[in-house]
Every structure is written in structure tokens, then in C-alpha cells.
Design a protein around this ligand. Structure first.
Ligand SMILES: Nc1ncnc2c1ncn2[C@@H]1O[C@H](COP(=O)(O)OP(=O)(O)OP(=O)(O)O)[C@@H](O)[C@H]1O
Ligand SMILES: [Mg+2]
Length: 277
């Protein structure tokens, strides 16, 4: 049974058994602070730990490189704790095993400059099934166009405010225009989704935006991540441990399921090969 199934709601049938090729994804936006890094970590962790899909993260949001930084700090803290526990004859053996497994299972986090990102993605081809790229918001970073051309899908977190919505619309237009002219672009889709969604808020803003996207042939994901103080917790941005069940309930489960349907639309569903024989 898949871990995703054990966490409920995510059917193992939606997870591919055979990867056609390495898929490249960016959770991207030109607006700062909308949740790009947060969602990149959550999605990478969910696919890797819960879905059993070989995942890597390339962090080219230089110079802040938050994911590289989170990973370095988390790994150092765990290594310190492990050393401490190994020297303590009364230490909890279960915790030692847990830390050793987390270190052994961690997905790679690779930091690089945008100008080197396309080559970095190329180097990962065939090494893993899924690569998440954390990109800078700026559209004029050297190499950004070659990076977009190397991506299969872009998902855009949109906050419920006018600035976030209008910046999303112009971001999608710009990328689509540039990619139409770009030889060899493999970009197949750009999907906005609500982040920091407030259930109690009036629907006007949401309805208008959703209608605008629909009228302009932009497919918005149905899944939305609720606004929650939980996102400030370290557990929500762990790059070493899977997300706990109570956090999956904040809209994360349906977001991962919908992303999986988009990303692996061409993959062979689990069980299909056996059925065919
Ligand atoms: N659904 C949410 N509910 C509440 N807070 C959230 C949510 N998603 C993200 N945040 C918070 O919003 C802040 C910005 O998130 P994050 O750093 O992921 O955004 P970003 O788009 O990567 O920002 P930057 O442009 O600086 O790279 C963080 O404090 C994060 O905890
Ligand atoms: Mg960020």
C-alpha cells in the first residue's frame, strides 16, 4: 500500500508506476511572498516521501536560496542530535533510527544560479523522476528563458489580492508569449491556484478572478491552500521529514493529487502494466 493511500484521499492509482521521463516543475510567480518556496518544499516532500517518486529540488532563487539554507540547517541539527545520541548509552534507539533513515532518504537539494539552471536540469535527466525548481521572481535574470523552456509545468500560487492576481495574469501572458517563440520549449501548461485562501472571506474577488482565468483559457487548479498559521511551523517546511497528516488536511492533499494528475498525465498508472499482460 502506498504511503499516500495510508494518509487517505490520495489513490495509489493516480501515482505512476512507470515514469516516461524526468519531469521538471516550477512553483513560480513574479510576486514575492506568495508561497513559492513553501509549496515547493511541501510538494517535493509529498511526492518523494509519500508517493515514493524519486525527487530532487533545484534552488536557483539566488542569492536567498531559502531551500538550500533550510536543508543545511535541518541536516546539521539532525547530525548534531545524532552524534549526541550515539554518545549517550541510554539514548532512545528509535530516534537514532528515525534520524539515520531521514538522512539516508533525503531528496537532493541543489543550489545554483539561474544562468546555470538549464544545464543543471539537463544533468538530472534520467537520474530522478521529478525535479522541482525554486525560481527567482524576477523575469530578467540571465538564463531565465532557457530555464522556462526546460520546464514541463509551472504552477503559480496566487494570493487573494488584486496585486497578486494582476501580476499572475501578466506573468502567464509573458511566459506564454516568449515560449511560443522559443525553439524546443517543452512547457506544456501553466496552472495558477489559490494560496492563503480565506474561507470566511467574501467570494467576490475569488469569483471574478476564476471567471477571468476561465475566459482566458487559463486552467486554474480546483485545489487551494488555506491561509493558516501552521505554515510558520518548522514542521511545515521540513526538507527531511514527510508532512504530518494534520497539515495535509489544509488543502495540501488535494493540491498534490491535482498536480499529480497534471504532471503524470502520460504515465502508466500503477497496475496497468500487470493488467495488460
Ligand atoms: N497558505 C499559507 N497560509 C499562511 N501563510 C503562508 C501560506 N503559504 C505561505 N505562507 C507564508 O508566507 C510567507 C512567504 O512564503 P514563501 O517564503 O514560501 O513565499 P515565496 O513566494 O517563496 O517568497 P519569496 O518571494 O521571498 O521567495 C512565509 O512566511 C510562509 O510561511
Ligand atoms: Mg521563496
Amino acid at each position: 500500500m502506498s504511503e499516500l493511500d495510508r494518509f487517505g484521499g490520495l489513490s495509489p492509482d493516480q501515482l505512476p508506476s512507470t515514469m516516461a521521463q524526468t519531469k521538471y516543475i516550477a512553483i513560480s510567480s513574479q510576486k514575492g511572498g506568495v508561497g513559492k518556496t513553501t509549496v515547493t518544499i511541501i510538494a517535493a516532500s509529498a511526492f518523494h516521501h509519500l508517493g515514493g517518486i524519486r525527487t530532487a529540488v533545484v534552488d536557483c532563487d539566488f542569492p536567498q536560496q531559502s531551500i538550500v539554507d533550510f536543508r543545511d540547517k535541518e541536516l546539521s541539527a539532525l547530525q548534531r542530535e545524532l552524534t549526541h545520541l550515539q554518545q549517550d548509552p541510554e539514548a532512545n534507539g528509535k530516534r537514532i533510527e528515525e534520524i539515520e533513515a531521514a538522512i539516508a532518504d533525503a531528496y537532493p537539494v541543489i543550489g545554483c544560479m539561474v544562468k546555470d539552471a538549464a544545464a543543471q536540469l539537463q544533468a538530472l535527466d534520467g537520474q530522478v523522476d521529478l525535479v522541482f525548481v525554486d525560481t527567482p521572481g524576477t523575469m530578467n535574470a540571465e538564463g531565465i528563458v532557457d530555464l522556462w523552456a526546460r520546464l514541463d509545468y509551472i504552477f503559480i500560487p496566487v494570493e487573494p489580492d488584486k496585486i497578486s492576481v494582476s501580476s499572475t495574469i501578466s506573468y502567464i501572458d509573458t511566459i506564454q508569449e516568449i515560449m511560443q517563440e522559443h525553439p524546443g520549449s517543452r512547457l506544456k501548461g501553466i496552472y495558477p491556484f489559490w494560496n492563503k485562501y480565506i474561507k470566511s472571506e467574501k467570494r467576490t474577488m475569488y469569483d471574478r478572478t476564476e471567471q477571468y482565468f476561465a475566459d482566458n483559457d487559463i486552467r486554474q487548479l480546483d485545489a487551494r491552500l488555506e491561509h493558516s498559521v501552521n505554515y510558520r511551523k518548522d514542521e511545515m517546511r521540513s526538507t527531511m521529514f514527510p508532512l504530518k497528516k494534520q497539515f495535509l488536511d489544509l488543502g495540501v492533499r488535494s493540491l498534490i493529487e491535482e498536480m499529480s494528475n497534471v504532471i503524470f498525465a502520460d504515465a502508466v498508472p500503477a497496475g496497468a502494466e500487470a493488467d495488460a499482460q
